[in-house]
Design a protein around this ligand. Structure first.
Ligand code: UD1
Ligand code: UDP
Length: 381
């Protein structure tokens, strides 16, 4: 069997890395005929060293076999560019299975190419496997929601992280026998890395740990277009965070989209008072900061899941979440995007902790289950 996996943007790397490791484990036990050949494709949707290379190092990912180097552009141009560069690669490699992860433009673009390709040798196409299928925010103004819905419609195998996704896929008419509740590969990465993240020197270098004692601080990430592209929305969120920033340092690794908007909106020092802007961090440094934070404020998808797994209180500055299990059993609460709602949510999360629990199957074994399903599926064709 030959498997091709596509990565493109920051949140893809930690979802894909455990699958590559599980394939390596399978290969160590397999006969030569049962070994899986693997091809890693990087679309280059993210290309800055601290959004891409750093993750290859921290997650011990091999160098990509193919780099499409698409770079940034509008949605249409970026998606089209990925498709036209990916098609000849797929046609040449002819994998039996194409794995796409998450909900970024690279995910839908490569799934769409694979769904329509016809291999020259026998006219077939790869089995398309979507990892992190079925999540829905029910908000079609989010580009990711469009990517999720379309990718799931194109996929043959749907690997899901939580129960809500099983229900969403059933409602959209997808056959139950294509849906596999396997757990969360992003959490596989987290559990595999948390010990190494303990060796990060980030707390010391930010002055948040002195003589072994960690100071109280909060961690902030913001990059959703709806939150940062409009000045009004961005300033309202910062206003909601201000009372927190007057109590403890708020560390803010700034995504490049957000960095651009801070400059473009002319946000002045007062709006950012007490908020410490730093460059985006590598995976292990960020994991270390997340783990020791008193509170995380975010609009990231993945960070909602990681804080739930770590038991760290999380305030999500969005009106909705496609990851409801993090609010139902985890440590996440939805604050909306208005200053007052954010202030209240932060106060609530700073009060003595509401103990969360880790969602079912977020146990570090999701990638292994995925590989088992793929191997069983290929035996039947
Ligand atoms: C993308 C994903 C989003 C994901 C986020 C994770 C889509 C539609 N969006 O959003 O789901 O949550 O990544 O971080 O796929 N830029 C750089 N350097 C880079 C990459 C981007 O400077 O390496 C800047 C460019 O100015 C670019 C902007 O960031 O225009 C936005 O990048 P883009 O990939 O279009 O979307 P993200 O906001 O990163
Ligand atoms: N992350 C990181 N460094 C940062 C910010 C985030 O390593 O400075 C990690 C985070 O731990 C998670 C992933 O990036 O594993 C989430 O990606 P992002 O928030 O960009 O995308 P989303 O999950 O919103 O799609």
């Amino acid at each position: 069997m030959k498997i091709m996996t596509v990565v493109g943007a920051r949140p893809n790397f930690m979802k894909a890395a455990p699958i590559l490791k599980a394939i390596a484990v399978h290969n160590r036990a397999a006969s030569p005929a049962g070994a899986i050949r693997h091809v890693l494709v990087h679309t280059g949707q993210h290309y800055d060293a601290n959004l891409s290379d750093a993750f290859f190092k921290d997650l011990e990912l091999p160098r990509p076999d193919v780099s499409l180097q698409v770079g940034s552009a509008s949605h249409a141009v970026q998606t089209a560019e990925i498709m036209s560069r990916f098609e000849p690669v797929l046609a040449a490699e002819q994998p039996d299975v194409l794995i796409v992860v998450g909900d970024v433009n690279s995910t839908v673009a490569c799934a769409l190419v694979a769904a329509k390709i016809s291999y020259s040798a026998h006219g077939g196409r790869p089995v398309i496997a979507h990892v992190e299928a079925g999540l829905r925010s029910f908000d079609r103004t989010m580009p990711e929601e469009i990517n999720r819905i379309l990718t799931d419609q194109l996929a043959d195998l749907l690997f899901v992280t939580e129960e809500s996704a099983v229900r969403n896929l059933a409602r959209e008419g997808l056959a139950p026998d294509t849906v596999h509740f396997v757990g969360n590969t992003m959490i596989d990465s987290l559990l595999a890395s948390v010990e190494r993240a303990g060796e990060s020197g980030i707390l010391e270098s930010l002055g948040l740990r002195d003589n072994g004692a960690t100071k109280r601080y909060a961690l902030l990430t913001l990059h959703r277009p709806a939150n940062v592209d409009r000045r009004e929305a961005f300033t309202s969120i910062l206003e909601g965070i201000q009372p927190l920033a007057s109590q403890c340092p708020v560390v803010f690794p700034v995504h490049p989209r957000t960095r651009k908007q801070i400059a473009g909106h002319g946000l002045h020092d007062a709006a950012l008072a007490g908020i410490r802007l730093i460059e985006p961090l590598g995976y292990l440094d960020f994991l270390c900061l997340m783990r020791h934070a008193s509170l995380v404020v975010t609009d990231s998808g993945g960070v909602q899941e990681e804080t739930t797994c770590l038991g760290v209180p999380c305030v999500t500055v969005r009106e909705n979440t496609e990851r409801p299990v993090t609010t139902e059993v985890g440590t996440n609460i939805l604050a909306g995007v208005k200053a007052e709602g954010i202030r209240r949510a932060i106060e609530r999360q700073l009060a003595p902790a509401r103990p969360g629990s880790v969602p079912p199957l977020w146990d570090g074994q999701a990638a292994q289950r995925i590989v088992e399903v793929l191997v069983a599926r290929m035996r039947t064709v």
